[in-house]
Design a protein around this ligand. Structure first.
Ligand SMILES: *Cc1c(COP(=O)(O)O)cnc(C)c1O
Length: 218
């Protein structure tokens, strides 16, 4: 694996996809997803200016956080409520809030630690089997709950659409725009991974989550 050339290549592709639409490439947040990758890889990414790292497993964050005190952790995988305390302690951001039950746990733990936590709602607009996020109908409840939780900050919407469907990216963007209309605020959209980030950018993604295109296969 050659991280330097992967990074160069990734940035060039992000630039091309965004300029194609007249979007500023700098406005697209690249979140490296470092699950199953050793701490040295994260150190190399830090040397290239990355500060935040996506991880799917809280236990893995716990191990790595002990070795990498300056890294900021973003939980990207399904989070069980019994991990809420640990997740709140270790992470700046939860990208995968997918139930009111989890929101209540994160509210309680963020209050007990008096720590701000950025939460993104992961919504499954397609109701995949198994579900990859909350249902559409739960989103208003979650938004309302977050707005009233003293330490939770709404970050945006995260989606994991069916693979290889541009239509799903369009659905996500439309859903986000409708929400923006209703709320009169900007709502960032986290969509796109190694295989499909260019298409995601063309459909309005604000954050792409990149593992293998940067770090090689897991
Ligand atoms: C693993 C993972 C990624 C990165 O996947 P790649 O295809 O390796 O880029 C992005 N988002 C989530 C939620 C993941 O679990």
């Amino acid at each position: 694996m050659d991280l330097e050339s992967n990074l160069k290549n990734l940035r060039a592709r992000v630039k091309k996809a965004s300029e194609h639409l007249g979007r500023d490439p700098e406005s697209i947040d690249i979140l490296p997803v470092t699950k199953h990758k050793p701490p040295q890889v994260i150190e190399t990414l830090q040397a290239h200016g990355f500060r935040r790292f996506g991880e799917n497993y809280i236990q893995e964050i716990q191990t790595k956080a002990g070795l990498l005190p300056h890294a900021e952790w973003v939980a990207t995988g399904h989070l069980q409520t019994n991990k809420a305390l640990l997740a709140t302690r270790l992470c700046s951001t939860i990208l995968s809030l997918d139930s009111l039950r989890l929101a209540k746990s994160l509210d309680r733990e963020s209050q007990s630690l008096m720590k701000n936590l950025i939460v993104w709602i992961q919504v499954d607009l397609w109701e995949q089997e198994p579900l990859k996020g909350c249902r559409r109908s739960e989103v208003p409840l979650l938004l309302d709950f977050i707005a009233r939780a003293p330490y939770l900050r709404f970050g945006g919407l995260m989606v994991l659409p069916p693979i290889g469907e541009d239509k799903a990216f369009r659905d996500s963007d439309r859903y986000r725009r409708d929400m923006e209309q209703t709320s009169q605020t900007k709502i960032p959209l986290s969509m796109g991974m190694s295989e499909d980030f260019e298409s995601a950018i063309r459909h309005g993604s604000d954050q792409i989550r990149i593992g293998s295109a940067l770090l090689g296969p897991r």
